[in-house]
Design a protein around this ligand. Structure first.
Ligand code: DX5
Ligand code: ZN
Length: 223
């Protein structure tokens, strides 16, 4: 299981220190939310933050999660900034396959995000082109919401589609993951868990210990 802390949950007054603690804890995969105040009613990291993060920690994987209404215009800058994974909302463009190709042509892994209001089989036409998929388990736009009921069944459907298609796309779970739901997701076939306020942020034992506890608990789950 890949632990992908969502840096939107950082206390921005302590951002460099908190990122350093994650790196010390062995985290190598960071989830960076990019929002535009149009696709979702909120703003989050600018693309320049991806560049800052990669400059300080070239060894980490940056997973840019676009919640924007025009994903294509971000791609050149994300590639230049050093983003490794890029996902975007499939309902933000009518040319999903072209956008996936544009991400991959720039040397990045391409994924789409599936909203709670979308059928999971929305990805069926472009399943062969996906490196990964982001299953939203909360409404996009805000950190700290609870894992939505019905999400595990949606994950099962996604895993079944992946198996039927012989695809090796990774399945990433984003939103409200706690130890209990995280374990369920891993058991059912999820590969990447976005971690936030219920697992690694704001825990009494601090970031390093909370990351170690979360990783150990998820790695103990039988798949
Ligand atoms: C929600 C974001 C998530 C969020 C996850 O729009 O995409 O990445 O920050 O953090 P938690 O699980 O704490 O909500
Ligand atoms: Zn996210």
């Amino acid at each position: 299981m890949i632990n992908a802390p969502s840096l939107a949950n950082c206390d921005f007054m302590d951002l460099p220190d908190q990122v350093a603690q994650f790196v010390d804890a062995g985290v190598r995969f960071f989830h960076v939310d990019v929002m535009d105040q149009h696709y979702v009613p909120n703003l989050c990291f600018p693309v320049s933050f991806v560049a800052d993060l990669k400059r300080r920690y070239p060894q980490v994987v940056v997973d840019a999660h676009l919640m924007v209404s025009a994903p294509d215009v971000y791609l050149d800058r994300l590639a230049e900034a050093g983003a490794d994974y890029v996902s975007f909302p499939s309902d933000a463009t009518s040319v999903v396959r072209r956008t996936l190709g544009a991400i991959q042509e720039r040397g990045m892994k391409a994924g789409v995000m599936i909203n709670p209001s979308q059928r999971v089989d929305v990805i069926e036409p472009y399943l062969p082109y996906l490196d990964f998929v982001v299953l939203m388990t909360v409404e996009p736009g805000f950190a700290g919401q609870r894992f939505l009921p019905g999400s595990l069944e949606r994950l099962d459907a996604l895993v079944a589609m992946r198996t039927a298609a012989g695809s090796s796309m990774l399945i990433e779970i984003d939103g409200g993951v706690d130890h209990e739901m995280g374990a369920e997701c891993v058991r059912r076939g999820a590969d990447i868990l976005v971690s936030g306020v219920f697992t690694v942020f704001g825990q009494p034992d601090g970031i390093v210990s909370a990351c170690h506890r979360f990783q150990a608990a998820m790695d103990a789950v039988e798949r």
